[in-house]
Design a protein around this ligand. Structure first.
Ligand code: ATP
Length: 661
């Protein structure tokens, strides 16, 4: 891959116009992005590559963007890589003619399987080495897709063989093997956030558009383009729809062609924690707000288009033709398709809908329902339901859907409307059916006593507490994917503590003592640092588990054991506290804590509050598994720092440094 030098010393990767994008061009950009810590430079390298793709091979822009995000399709399609370490080691060993033990020991030494693959490839004897045909982005993407969707008997062997074919075609020089392996592992380690890719894409498109008339974009044009793309993507997070529209209609017309679409889940709006009703009153002073019950179940975004509607259907990466006319789907907080988990909901959906309603997106909480007592069941009961292929007749835990927002109605997005208006339309468009579908219980009183008694009532009705939301004005619009100050949550349990529970990734474990020697008795947890793309340890946890739960954790976690901590784990390096086993970052647990403290042993939010100490949790207790969250959606280091500071400012926390194990 040649490179053309442009201003600022950065260069465009280059290839002949109209020919497939070489994978080496992408890898060259990856390597430049990886080797700088400066966000602006990362942005520039990303944007240069995307611009060049637009100039030379625009029909492959979607593939390039997907590989940059290390995705194969939109999140809701559920197509993921994340191949286990042992499978990758086997494929590297076989394709490079080396022993598995050698690969393992290199991995132990180097700590990065991508680098091990690249070195093995480079050192491969020339006798065994036939110069392969240059890898293209299209071939890599296609093979990744095949690897991800290979399932059933013999799937492991099938995957290994596909990986081997890719590695055998990787160039000896450069970084192709390295990035192939990292992509398959599900961790590119470029320090490149998806938001940066969105900005780079907007810049690339606007520059490319201006170039056609020999112009350069102004700063204002670049900013406007960024705003448009971010806005469109937050309502329609699917590059499959956005990129072809960008190329065909340009960025300034994008809003017209890419609007919210039932079938493509939005990233949900999230709330900020608070510790006291008085804090809510301070934050929402002089504003009109409303309180709703905070139900304790599973977030569910329900999408519907009637069979007779003329609305467009979402494009998908695979099986485009499979979509029947009409849409009736349920998506999780994580944009996962839950339709096969809740056929009982989809089966009765029609009966909630009033005449005249043709399409909608509802934001809801699905909660376990006790039919006899006619009340909400604890979250734990809901978790006992099967996750897939549920047959309506077999359902033991019945559910009731509590709707709290309406985001789209009859072909029109409502997110910019006030909550009061969205609520009015929601009440107007659906029928409540006891034990099946209800509107979230709401109370618009703004006085302290009113909120206090509504909070007490919510707890009596088996809810977690309250959600307090702005009701009027532009601040009450629905903000997809934002943890917004316009939504506050008050959880009863945490009123005197740190305000919220944390969702943490299990990265290690210690074998138990006494009765518990055959299972893990304690665990090492970490939060996620999204700017560094690392997992930072935050506490050890050994309480809150029953014997049965420990057995279950042992079984589930054993599948994810790895030989050594991932290089992107930030943990204390002394041997005293090292866990007996390390895990891939897979499991997310919700954990409650009494308070937070600075600690030299843990790394959470290190540098954000104190330059040498991390933040750790005191007396953490396990609450539940959060399988609706992926590891990267775990509580963020910034949130940890925010919670810590808040605790400090109200004087509730211990300021001392925690030194005990
Ligand atoms: P949590 O552990 O508190 O659910 P989270 O990170 O999943 O945290 P938050 O934004 O912090 O999400 O809390 C809001 C969550 O509460 C929503 O994701 C939703 O699942 C649930 N919920 C229950 N009732 C409501 C309601 N009336 N309005 C909004 N969200 C609600």
């Amino acid at each position: 891959v040649q490179a053309k030098l442009v201003s600022g010393g950065h260069s465009y990767p280059d290839w002949p116009t109209g020919s497939p994008v070489p994978y080496a061009a992408l890898c060259k950009s990856f390597s430049l992005i990886e080797n700088t810590t400066k966000r602006l430079e990362k942005l520039q390298h990303t944007s240069l590559l995307l611009r060049q793709v637009l100039r030379l091979t625009p029909n492959e822009l979607l593939l390039v963007v997907h590989l940059m995000c290390n995705k194969l399709a939109a999140d809701f399609e559920g197509i993921e890589l994340g191949i286990g370490e042992s499978l990758l080691i086997k494929a590297i060993a076989e394709s490079c003619g080396r022993a598995i033990d050698k690969i393992k020991s290199d991995h132990n030494q180097i700590g990065d399987l991508g680098v091990v693959a690249q070195q093995s490839r480079s050192n491969q004897s020339t006798l065994m080495f036939h110069k392969p045909k240059q890898l293209t982005v299209a071939r890599v993407h296609d093979t990744f897709l095949k690897i991800a969707i290979t399932s059933g008997g013999g799937a492991q062997n099938g995957k290994v063989s596909l990986i081997k074919q890719l590695l055998a075609s990787a160039a000896k020089e450069g970084d192709e093997a390295k990035y192939i392996v990292r992509a398959l592992e599900g961790k590119m380690r470029l320090g490149l956030a998806e938001r940066t890719i969105e900005v780079a894409l907007s810049q690339a498109v606007v520059t490319w558009e201006q170039e056609k008339s020999d112009k350069k974009p102004s700063l204002a044009q670049l900013q406007e383009a960024e705003e448009i793309l971010k806005g469109v993507y937050s309502e329609l997070p699917s590059f499959e729809v956005i990129i072809p529209a960008l190329i065909e209609h340009g960025i300034y017309n994008l809003r017209q062609y890419c609007r919210m679409q039932p079938g493509v889940p939005l990233k949900p709006m999230l709330a900020k924690p608070t510790k006291a009703i008085t804090e809510v009153l301070d934050k929402f002073e002089n504003k009109t707000f409303t309180c709703e019950y905070k139900y304790d179940g599973e977030r569910s975004q329900i999408h519907f288009v009637s069979k007779t509607s003329k609305i467009d259907y979402p494009k998908t990466a695979v099986d485009t033709n499979k979509i029947d006319k009409g849409v009736a789907k349920i998506f999780s907080r994580n944009s996962e398709d839950l339709s096969k988990k809740y056929p009982d909901i989809l089966g009765v959906l029609d009966s909630w809908i009033k005449p005249g309603v043709e399409s909608f997106i509802l934001d809801c909480e699905t909660v376990g329902w006790d039919k006899e007592e006619k009340k909400v069941l604890p979250f734990q009961q809901l978790m006992t339901r099967k996750k897939k292929d549920v047959i309506v007749e077999d359902v033991k835990v019945k559910v009731c859907v509590f709707a709290f927002d309406l985001l789209f109605l009859n072909g029109k997005p409502l997110v910019k409307e006030t909550l009061q208006e969205r609520r009015r339309l929601m009440y107007e468009s659906f029928n409540e059916i006891e034990g099946q579908f209800s509107f979230a219980k709401a109370m618009d009183g703004n006085e302290l006593e009113q909120i206090q008694s509504f909070l007490d009532e919510s707890i009596k009705d088996s809810c977690e507490g309250l959600m307090v939301k702005m009701l009027l004005g532009s601040e009450s619009s629905y903000e997809p994917s934002v943890r917004s100050i316009n939504w506050l949550k008050i959880k009863k349990d945490y009123l005197a503590g740190v305000g919220d529970s944390l969702d943490l990734v299990v990265v290690g474990a210690y074998f138990g003592r006494g009765k518990r020697t055959s299972v893990y008795g304690a665990f090492l947890l970490a939060c996620y640092n999204s700017s560094k793309q690392t997992y930072e340890t935050i506490c050890n946890i050994g309480t809150g588990f029953s014997e049965q739960v420990l057995e279950e954790h042992y079984k589930a976690l054993s599948e994810h054991v790895i030989d050594r901590p991932k290089p992107y784990y930030s943990h204390s390096t002394g041997n005293t506290h090292a866990p007996d086993v390390w895990f891939e970052p897979k499991m997310v647990w919700e954990v409650k804590t009494a308070d937070m403290t600075l600690s030299p042993k843990y790394r959470a939010a290190e540098g954000l509050v104190d330059s040498n100490k991390g933040i750790s949790l005191r007396f953490p207790r396990f609450l539940r598994i959060r399988d609706d969250k992926g590891p990267e959606q775990a509580t963020n280091a910034r949130q940890v720092a925010e919670m810590y500071r808040k605790q400090e400012s109200v004087g509730g926390g211990k300021k001392g440094v925690d030194d005990d194990f």
